[in-house]
Design a binder for this molecule. Structure first.
Ligand code: GLC
Ligand code: CA
Length: 599
């Protein structure tokens, strides 16, 4: 078929691209002749299923208790069968691991804990053979304090790298006193965002951990350095980049205080770390980031044209306030920015509310200027779905509800390793077990992010097949792995895993699911969310999802939807669900889902 063929060409090119680069070598612009880009290779991301892997926790291949690249390569057939188009890897670059990889000390290599550049090339090649693209994390807001740029920068006030970071005098500083931090800006991970550095007697800014010094994006050399890094990885055959913490790239040049948020009695609202909460207006969402993303996108687009066909997708970590702000992240046709800025409006609602889900889906359909939404419900920074949406009784059914909204709506879909088997959030119970520093600083109010980063549960053995029995995994394997694991669910046709596979298969093969618009049905219903996927020349598909713990019946033949009473052919339904005779009476079990084609 047309689509398969073009992807095969692309996969071969991926392998060639990887081979063209000497191990550890410098990036040199590609010399391949420009090739025609087919529509399938160009548009692959528009209906893409993207799987986030936290490499430390996916599969350990060498028995040190830490997941690695070879482990991911070993599991490639599993990912192929799951039906994913791309894998987003959280950072695997060399790092002191203060923020488990988000503190990068070398952007052009692989951390020895995770493997080598040769392992990475093999991962790209093996993924490519299965038509799976590898998306890397690109952290541009900050580097590790162990990066050579920062080591230079902090060595003297006159070092050429001094201006690559944000250095400021303390307030009221004297020869003997460091004074106070320059202003009240707060780190995302607790306490002042300014760290005193005795050697050169100034403060540096860090939005995240103090081991993550913020780069100065007003320095053109920083721009050039990242364009070079991006070229290095594109040349190696990566299918795209996910830009981390992108909304915090710039800070207000006035360096003045942010506003402190006050409660009703006029007292400061304290955060989990006991500090006054500030409004973030001087350190987030500054407009300069748009020009940077236009520049990075142009770099990636140019690279496309010059090497092999296939869009290198530009994904953004875009926690923004509303749909209008999200729409801006796409840029314009003349100056595009992200292909897929994450839509966290829907997935991070954290409440199963039909009206709110409907409103957010409608927003994505009408408020993004026709751009493709990227829905996401779960990641390595938030408690897993069970904790945010579960009721403790119907958790698997509720995950069927969530995954249906994710995969049966128009656009690209991003999900997190372990969602497909229903892995549970398993936070540490004792402070001494906490690995994520934010949990140490914030204990007990803030327990950190370990709970959503536990090892993947492959089977019921000790350590769940993640690492050999007897090895101490870097985070404990949850006891739920005895029943919640890939092997058990592969054997059960009614498992959550079977559901995910079936849904993804539908998304990738049903013509209305490929790019049909979403039309809300039965729009006043507060218990059942229903919509139709419609595309010229393809049968319409209806989706009905029960958001309640009681059985519900819906009639989707309402006149306003333009859908006449019609027979339905079932495409997918929750285990034990009924096949309705027509669109007029669809019966749904508690948290039940029905998907059918209108005949
Ligand atoms: C993003 C990442 C998070 C990390 C932070 C700092 O929010 O998803 O894990 O700690 O950026 O890089
Ligand atoms: Ca390992």
């Amino acid at each position: 078929m047309h689509r398969t063929k073009s992807i095969t060409i692309c996969a071969i090119a991926l392998i060639l691209g990887a081979m063209a680069l000497p191990a550890g070598g410098q990036y040199t612009p590609a010399k391949h002749a420009p090739q025609a880009t087919t529509a399938a290779a160009r548009d692959w991301w528009k209906n893409a299923v993207i799987y986030e892997i936290y490499p430390r926790s996916f599969q350990d291949s060498n028995g040190d208790g830490i997941g690695d690249l070879n482990g991911i390569t070993q599991r490639m057939d599993y990912l192929k069968e799951l039906g994913v188009d791309a894998i987003w890897l959280t950072p695997v670059y060399p790092s002191p691991q203060a923020d488990f990889g988000y503190d990068i000390s070398d952007y052009k290599n692989i951390d020895p804990q995770y493997g080598t550049l040769a392992d990475f090339d093999r991962l790209v090649a093996e993924a490519g053979k299965r038509h799976i693209r590898i998306v890397m994390d690109m952290v541009m807001n900050h580097t590790s304090d162990q990066h050579k740029w920062f080591i230079e920068s902090r060595s003297s006030r006159t070092n050429p790298y001094r201006d690559w970071y944000m250095w400021r005098d303390g307030k009221g500083e004297t020869a003997t006193s460091k004074g106070a931090p320059p202003n009240n800006w707060q780190s995302e991970f607790g306490h002042s965002a300014w760290q005193w550095d005795e050697k050169t007697r100034q403060y540096y800014y860090h939005k995240f951990y103090l081991q993550q010094a913020d780069l100065n994006w007003n320095n053109p050399k920083v721009h050039q350095a990242f364009k070079d890094i991006i070229g290095f990885w594109l040349q190696r055959g990566v299918g795209g980049l996910r830009f981390d913490a992108i909304t915090t790239l710039f800070e207000d040049p006035s360096d003045t205080d942010e506003n402190v948020l006050l409660d009703k009695s006029g007292n400061p609202i304290l955060d989990a770390f006991g500090e006054p909460t500030v409004d973030g207006l001087k350190t987030e969402f500054l407009p300069g980031v748009h020009a940077v993303m236009q520049e990075m996108r142009a770099t990636m687009d140019t690279f496309n044209a010059a090497s092999f066909p296939g869009t290198r997708v530009v994904i953004g970590e875009t926690y923004v306030a509303n749909i209008a702000a999200l729409a801006e992240e796409y840029g314009s046709a003349q100056r595009p920015e992200f292909h897929l800025p994450m839509d966290t409006q829907l997935g991070m609602l954290d409440t199963l509310n039909v009206a709110q889900f409907r409103a957010r889906l409608l927003d994505a359909e009408t408020g993004l200027n026709g751009n493709t939404p990227l829905f996401v419900f779960d990641n390595h920074d938030r408690p897993r779905l069970d904790m945010r949406y579960g009721d403790g009784v119907h958790n698997s059914d509720i995950q069927r509800v969530i995954s249906t909204v994710l995969f049966a709506s128009r656009g690209a879909a991003l999900f997190y390793y372990g969602d497909e088997i229903g892995m549970k959030t398993t936070p540490p119970t004792r402070k001494e077990d906490v690995k994520d520093p934010v949990g140490v600083t914030g204990w007990p109010k803030e327990k950190g992010r370990d709970g959503e980063r536990t090892p993947m549960q492959w089977n019921a053995s000790a350590n769940a097949g993640f690492t050999p029995a007897g090895v101490k995994p870097w985070l404990p394997v949850p006891p739920t792995s005895a029943t919640v694991n890939v092997q058990a669910e592969e054997a059960d046709p009614n498992s959550l895993l079977a559901w995910y596979k079936a849904l993804i298969h539908l998304k990738k093969t049903n013509p209305a699911f490929a790019d049909g618009t979403d039309i809300m049905l039965d729009p006043e219903n507060t218990k059942v969310l229903s919509w139709m996927r419609q595309r010229d020349g393809a049968p319409q598909v209806v989706v009905a999802v029960n958001f309640t713990a009681d059985p519900q019946t819906v009639n989707l033949s309402a006149r306003e939807a333009g859908l006449k009473a019609a027979h339905l052919k079932t495409l997918l339904k929750s285990p034990g669900g009924a096949d309705p005779a027509s669109t007029e009476a669809i019966e749904l079990a508690p948290f039940g889902v029905y998907i059918g084609e209108v005949q």
